[in-house]
Design a protein around this ligand. Structure first.
Ligand SMILES: Nc1ncnc2c1ncn2[C@@H]1O[C@H](COP(=O)(O)OP(=O)(O)OP(=O)(O)O)[C@@H](O)[C@H]1O
Ligand SMILES: [Mg+2]
Length: 369
């Protein structure tokens, strides 16, 4: 798939923009603070209805304005093109597909797939578990509406159960039967989330393993290990559900005393192993970078295999950060199939043997030429 046309109104430092892109490689060239990342952010937002660098949608609205609007024309393999449209204002955001307003964002997400790679992605490897969980939820959510629904239901159910646990904490004779109902419901959603995470992780691991092996000249074996309070290997959905159900049953008094749910996928983590050693603890800076790169390229392949169409690849300031081997690997693996957007302050960072005929757009204070 590719974005043929992008329109921005009052998005960050773009007051009004209407541009066409090449289906292959597009380069955003410009000095610092001109709006290169803002452009990538607008496409990421158009796909996922969330920014990669702020959780507050209002930050996206131009300081002089009350609303922002992002529209894109998306061309997909073997399917009709789609016009996607997001409007953000103080009262929230509205999503439209072909001018039809979508009541739920979950029915909007997934029509445009993007993979963003920026220097901050090193934090997926090095940072805290919450970053890895967010990575998992965003990436699997955009390829599976089933996963997206499981996560949404899980969050709602967790909130309900936590509120009720808080209540029981102070009401010694509160209704325990209702807690059982809530626990059973939560156990189902926990199981759905974890079960689907495991399936997608084993799929993405296969792709990442091949890519990483190539980047490391066949010397390193990359593996992912899902961390939770039980051994998740080869468990069925039903088995995982039973594990949570029992866990909640056995620990209900403890949870009432604390007034909070103590188990769930919101506490899990993902470990990256190279030759069976934890990369977070033992990996060199270069190895950590390679893992982040392998992971992102694997995501591209996972989306292709699940959705049937390559996603759009957004590369923010990464070329200057990668050494030659990794840069060559990245650019050659993109090939002609993936519409790619590269930001850079210097055209010299781009190897013209690898990037043939890029569409170069000059970015200057919120204008494109
Ligand atoms: N809501 C907003 N309204 C208007 N301008 C904004 C808004 N949010 C950010 N900006 C401006 O956008 C500029 C940053 O743009 P961006 O992050 O895209 O820069 P960049 O071209 O990627 O720079 P660098 O090369 O340093 O990464 C900032 O200077 C900021 O003033
Ligand atoms: Mg930038």
């Amino acid at each position: 798939m590719y974005i043929k046309e992008l329109k921005l109104v009052n998005f960050r430092n773009y007051q009004s923009l209407d541009i066409e892109f090449s289906p292959n490689i597009n380069v955003f060239l410009g000095q610092n603070a001109q709006g290169k990342t803002n452009l990538l952010e607008s496409m990421y937002f158009l796909a996922l209805t969330r920014s990669h660098r702020t959780s507050n949608d209002k930050d996206l609205i131009n300081w002089q304005s009350e609303f922002a609007r992002i529209s894109g024309l998306v061309v997909r393999d073997n399917r009709n093109s789609l016009s996607l449209d997001l409007a953000v204002s103080k009262s929230g955001k509205k999503a439209r597909i072909n001018n039809l307003e979508q009541k739920k964002l979950s029915s909007y997400i997934g029509n445009l797939n993007v993979v963003l790679f920026s220097p901050e992605d090193l934090s997926i490897v090095k940072g805290n578990p919450a970053i890895r969980r967010k990575f998992i939820d965003m990436e699997f959510g955009q390829i599976s509406s089933q996963y997206l629904a499981a996560v949404t239901n899980f969050r709602k159910s967790l909130k309900q159960r936590n509120a009720y646990l808080k209540k029981l904490q102070y009401q010694k004779n509160g209704d325990r039967v209702y807690l059982e109902v809530l626990s059973d419901q939560l156990a189902q959603f926990c199981a759905q989330v974890v079960y689907q995470r495991l399936i997608f992780l084993s799929k993405i691991q296969k792709f990442a393993q091949n890519i990483h092996s190539e980047i490391s000249n066949q010397t390193e074996k990359l593996e992912f290990s899902y961390q939770t309070f039980f051994d998740p290997a080869d468990k069925s959905l039903e088995e995982i559900y039973e594990i949570y159900k029992n866990k909640f049953q056995d620990n209900s008094q403890k949870e009432i005393d604390r007034g909070i749910t103590l188990y769930g996928p919101n506490r899990d983590d993902l470990l990256f192993l190279i030759n069976q050693k934890n990369v977070q603890d033992f990996g060199s800076q270069g190895q950590q970078r390679s893992v982040a790169l392998s992971l992102k390229l694997a995501e591209v392949e996972l989306i292709k295999s699940e959705v049937g169409d390559y996603p759009i690849l957004l590369l923010d300031d990464v070329l200057s950060e990668l050494d030659n081997v990794r840069q060559t690997h990245l650019l050659s693996s993109i090939g002609d199939n993936v519409q790619t957007f590269i930001t850079t302050t210097s055209i010299d960072d781009i190897d013209r043997d690898l990037v043939k005929n890029p569409n170069i757009l000059n970015i200057n204070q919120g204008t494109v030429s």
